[in-house]
Design a binder for this molecule. Structure first.
Ligand SMILES: Cc1cc2nc3c(=O)[nH]c(=O)nc-3n(C[C@H](O)[C@H](O)[C@H](O)COP(=O)(O)O)c2cc1C
Length: 180
């Protein structure tokens, strides 16, 4: 797939088949994450352990319900909603909290990985909600071997798409101006 097609085709996928992605695809996705623009350290933690994924799902859902944030609470209340959407692979991005560019560094890597996943015929979703789980329960960071001094900032779910669910509308606002 050509790069512009992959960028145009990428959509947030919110329903996944249980089938695990191939290791070769995972390595390509990681390579894409590692080669994103960055200004400082970050870590990509690959979680494919079903028990840990279930624990993150459960804690993230509870955190969304208790967040006090109308949007998160309304999403969590949707029938059948689970924050990781059954994805068999979760790429968790963490970085030092003290670096003002950690959000940019991890998000650039995450975006590159979603485009690589699209190119490989896989579904993906950039997500903040796993961060809620890691904040609510610090034991998750230990279980996931998040490096000392690093905080989870965002994550990317990856897997084979299983159709459409919990879709969001891409807003079509005119947010471009030109100075020539
Ligand atoms: C900062 C940020 C946080 C997001 N967090 C989540 C999330 O936790 N769960 C989710 O399903 N989607 C999340 N998204 C994905 C957006 O909902 C999605 O990108 C947007 O609705 C546009 O849809 P598209 O990705 O299909 O084009 C997040 C996106 C951004 C930029």
């Amino acid at each position: 797939m050509n790069t512009l097609d992959a960028i145009a085709k990428r959509k947030s996928i919110r329903k996944y088949k249980a089938e695990q992605i191939k290791d070769s695809a995972l390595e390509e996705i990681i390579k894409a994450g590692k080669t994103a623009p960055n200004a400082g350290p970050f870590q990509i933690t690959v979680i494919q352990n079903a028990k840990l994924l279930a624990k993150i799902t459960e804690i993230a859902l509870a955190a969304m319900k208790n967040s006090g944030n109308d949007f998160l609470m309304s999403r969590a209340a949707l029938p059948g909603y689970t924050p990781l959407y059954g994805a068999p692979t979760l790429l968790v991005l963490s970085a030092p909290q003290a670096n003002p560019y950690s959000m940019a560094n991890t998000s650039n890597a995450a975006t590159n990985m979603t485009i690589a996943a699209t190119d490989l015929g896989l579904g993906s979703c950039y997500m903040i909600t796993p961060q809620l789980a890691f904040t609510a329960d610090p034991s998750l960071a230990k279980e996931a071997n998040i490096p000392e001094g690093f905080s989870v900032i965002c994550a990317v779910a990856v897997g084979y798409s299983d159709g459409n669910a919990f879709s969001t509308e891409r807003s079509d606002v005119d947010n471009v101006n030109y100075v020539k």
